[in-house]
Design a protein around this ligand. Structure first.
Ligand code: AMP
Ligand code: TRP
Length: 334
């Protein structure tokens, strides 16, 4: 029997979504809704693993929903909701806390990065964050998970947890092992200030990223200031790969213009960076600013966004409760 395909993914409501989220995740979410049933979740319980100002958190949840819709997600087709509104996520996370192993969590590089040098001071939630992520996916028995490359290790852990649950409770194939869907060309959009670090909401300098709500002027200034670290655009892919900042700009250009990297290099190699920057700025302005304007428009009607979340929660909860009933039974909870 072939399992029915189901897509699940989540994005944290920690403020301003950027070009990395857009190319690494959101655009993929939108194209998948044409071929499969999809569930997309604003993961507020994940966000609070590091302290969030409560007023800001509420604002950011709505902004994330607005960003989903502005990118092209259709709430009548896909389920769109926030994690804390379906209590099954927290309940399954607890059960999976008892399946997952400390040794597995100790290998998670995101925890090491986020906790920094003083791990004793990190929240327990941050440590078991990957178990909650596994619960998000397995609660719906999702088969496919579109994410950026930074989430690959967490996805592998989700598969290990699913497999251990299936073994421990003697229910082969109960949880499908979820497959990551990682975009090929732009699995990791890098910072505009340092081509070895990923573009991120948490990097201090706003010049390191293009936000979905940036104006044309801001995009133009940021690309002008973006680091390039050589005189001219290299002539070969080999040479380009030794220059992470240049490679990043070319990758972004390649992805948005839907061209092959060889063709882009043919057009650009030997030219000054100002040429690439001018073309990239034009492209980004035409791709990103309409999304930003749509987000602003959607944010003017908060009750509409709340209504979308409410409908999504109702639909998600039906699937979650049905699956949880079986999960409780497998574990022996009455
Ligand atoms: P987050 O904002 O950390 O919740 O990430 C939401 C989604 O965006 C996840 O699928 C991430 O893998 C993806 N993502 C975040 N930053 C980047 C980046 N710099 N490049 C590619 N994908 C990213
Ligand atoms: N951890 C993911 C991130 O930071 C967000 C996330 C939470 C997620 N739950 C998920 C992604 C389930 C995919 C599936 O990007």
């Amino acid at each position: 029997m072939t399992k029915k395909k189901l897509v699940f993914s989540g994005v944290q409501p920690t403020g301003n979504l950027h070009l990395g989220n857009y190319l690494g995740a959101l655009k993929n979410f939108v194209s998948l809704q044409k071929e499969m049933n999809c569930i997309y979740c604003v993961v507020d319980l994940h966000a609070i693993t590091t302290f969030q100002n409560p007023t800001e958190l509420q604002k950011n949840v709505l902004e994330t929903v607005a960003s989903f819709i502005a990118t092209g997600l259709n709430p009548d087709k896909s389920i769109l909701f926030n994690q804390s509104s379906v209590s099954g996520h927290a309940e399954l996370a607890w059960i999976l806390n008892c399946v997952s192993r400390i040794g597995w969590l100790n290998r998670m590089t995101q925890f090491k990065d986020k906790a920094g040098s003083d791990k004793e001071k990190a929240s327990v939630g941050l440590y078991i964050y990957p178990n909650l992520m596994a619960a998000d996916i397995l609660l719906y028995k999702a088969t496919h998970v579109p994410v950026g490359a930074d989430q690959k290790q967490h996805l592998e852990l989700s598969r290990d947890i699913a497999q251990k649950f299936n073994n421990d409770f003697n229910c082969k194939d109960f949880f499908p092992l979820p497959d990551p869907l990682i975009p090929k060309n732009v699995s990791r959009v890098m910072s505009l200030r340092d081509g070895t670090k990923k573009m991120s909401k948490s990097e201090e300098s706003d010049y390191s990223r293009i936000n979905l709500r940036d104006s044309s002027d801001e995009i133009s200034k940021k690309i002008k200031k973006a680091k390039t670290n050589s005189e001219q655009i290299p002539v070969s892919l080999n040479e380009l790969e030794k220059r992470p900042e240049a490679l990043n700009l070319i990758n972004i250009y390649t992805e948005i213009s839907k061209t092959k990297i060889e063709k882009v290099l043919n057009e650009m190699s030997g030219k000054e960076y100002s040429f690439l920057k001018m073309k990239l700025t034009e492209l980004l302005i035409s791709e990103i600013t309409p999304v930003g304007k749509e987000i602003e428009k959607l944010l003017k009607d908060k009750s509409h966004l709340e209504q979308i979340l409410k409908k999504g929660k109702e639909k998600a909860n039906i699937i979650a409760e049905e699956n949880l009933k079986n999960i409780r039974e497998k574990v022996g909870l009455i």
